[in-house]
Design a protein around this ligand. Sequence first.
Ligand code: FE2
Length: 343
Amino acid sequence: MSVSPKLVAGTSVLATGAAMGFGWAAFERHWMRLSRITVPAHPDAPELKILHISDLHLTTRTDWIVDFVRSLADLKPDFVVSTGDNFNSRDALEQVTRAYEPLLEFPGAFVLGSHDFYSPYSSSWSKYLRKDSRKIGDRKRHRIPDLPTEQFTQLLTSNGWVNAQNRAEGVWVETAAGKAGICLVGTGDAHENADSLEHIGLWPDPPLTAEDSGTDTPSSLSQTAGTLKLALTHAPYQRVLNAFTQAEADLIVAGHTHGGQLCVPFYGALVTNCDLPRSYASGLGIWPPKKSGREQLEDTDPAGSRQSWLHVSAGLGTTYQAPFRFACRPTATLLELDPGPRG
Ligand SMILES: [Fe+2]
């Protein structure tokens, strides 16, 4: 049987293209990036530099991510937020500890993702491109938490970071302009239905007595450099974002999407791995979209006229099943709050 030379040439072009694409995607996951974004804020908000990291997905063989996260301490942020998925293997606690160590000298808060409880398992790399990866056999699998969650959360809380997992708490942070108050609220991972929404809207003020805070505090909130309502979640499902927005959060931070991880140049993310529209896969946006853009939402009038800033991190690591990134570099973000002039 003779084979057409055109078929041979076409096949070899396709094979070469595929090999180059995989080669680039394997490289791009190492090409770390810091993004600086200015967030316009209301006049009573503090001027703050907030470092947002997410989805580190560390193993014993991802030292370049550890080194990059450690280097972020040079930014001297006023506050650090981590929105979950720190592990890709059970034996990565040492790497996670090393990554966070320099950041723990700054105040911070965190929520957890499924990959802070459950180690990943082998499945097809194409799983990530499904609209909802949970439908690929996950629910049939009996999952037992097997990651060092306790040790990890202890590491952060013993250094003063707020565990915002289904909790609300107010804290003070020192800034160049004085003490700034941050009213924090967070949820568990909505992708695992571990989110509770009842406490959202409580917004506890930072403590106003030294006994409560253990530090010198202003005698009233009006004497501060401003306060911010900051909401944290791992997976930005619409029900969680709507609850935060209805509660008038100034800024919502989330991870989970990996920015799409495998994107198409000039088109963007193919999936968000949750019910968030593709256009919100990474970066800063306003949630919910303007009324004219709400056709794709579950609830087309989720928060009346209220809107909040939403920052979705593209994350720093990759899923265990697909250790590639394409047109979607691993990214940490410095969110620089810019309050308007006080009247
Ligand atoms: Fe993740």
